[in-house]
Design a protein around this ligand. Structure first.
Ligand code: ADP
Ligand code: MG
Length: 256
């Protein structure tokens, strides 16, 4: 994915997002980090075509996001937002079925391919036992997985996730991140996600993008760019890195 000269403002007088050139590698897991209000969710919404830039272009391969219809875009790119509202009477299976809408032709009903995609998405998110449950009967972790299942049923090349772990306990956080890693490795999906846990960003990402005040201040492999200096500068957090017996890097926050 290629982003060129992208500018966006919520308020005409105050330019906010400003990206000269950003390339997000295909087939990799890229995590956007940055303090609250740095523009992470705004950038995801721009990529997903939900916000229109003032200027600039976002390319998926050689196609511009702005040139694709909503349906064409939904076949290429799926988004799981931070908070998702489902009709509460929907069952898991009904919700996941929504992911197939972009693939339907006119008023045609479900095809064999739709059924297979729904079954696969439910299986990949381990919701088989819950597929007939109402969304509002699920735990927070299961609900997040149901939304992930919807976006998997969409069968897209790109998957965008905005803080997919925020409302989950640690066990379910790792479960979601594990599913995301598997989707990337087994199905070669390009994952672009926002995480606020810097350790998780370090562990689950091929590349990280650091945002600050609507701009990208660093991009690259986590070990290279997530330095104590950068974390202190951007997050105002004094930190130290330790390496465990498996050679894995961990960040510790220090007392001020
Ligand atoms: P992040 O996801 O990094 O926390 P956001 O992209 O949500 O940041 O928001 C970035 C800035 O844009 C914030 O200052 C926020 O107040 C502002 N903002 C977000 N959404 C809107 C909106 N719909 N209208 C006006 N300002 C907004
Ligand atoms: Mg956000």
């Amino acid at each position: 994915m290629d982003i060129k000269n992208l500018a966006f403002s919520y308020d005409r007088n105050q330019p906010f997002i400003n990206l000269k050139h950003l390339e997000i590698p295909d087939g990799k897991v890229t995590t956007i980090i940055g303090p609250n209000g740095s523009g992470k969710s705004t950038l995801l919404s721009l990529i997903a075509g939900l916000l229109k830039p003032n200027s600039g272009d976002i390319y998926l391969g050689n196609q511009k996001v702005a040139d694709l219809s909503a349906k064409e875009l939904a076949k290429k790119l799926a988004v799981v937002h931070q908070q998702n509202e489902a009709p509460s009477h929907y069952t898991v299976r009904q919700l996941v079925n929504v992911g197939r809408y972009p693939h339907r032709k006119g008023l045609a009903g479900m095809t064999e391919a739709d059924e297979v995609a729904i079954d696969t998405a439910i299986q990949q998110t381990a919701l088989g036992k819950q597929e007939a449950c109402n969304i509002n009967e699920l735990s927070g972790g299961q609900r997040q997985r149901a939304w992930l299942a919807l976006s998997l049923a969409q069968d897209t090349e790109y998957l965008l996730l905005d803080e997919p772990t925020t409302y989950l306990d640690l066990h379910h956080q790792l479960e979601i991140l594990g599913s995301v890693a598997t989707l990337n490795k087994m199905h070669n999906k390009t994952i672009i996600m926002v995480l606020h846990d810097l350790n998780q960003a370090m562990q689950y990402s091929d590349e990280v993008i650091v945002m600050h005040h609507g701009e990208v201040v660093a991009q690259g492999v986590p070990e290279k760019i997530m330095t104590a200096e950068l974390i202190d500068e951007v997050f105002h957090l004094p930190v130290q890195f330790i390496v465990d017996q498996h050679g894995q890097n961990h960040m510790l926050t220090l007392k001020k």
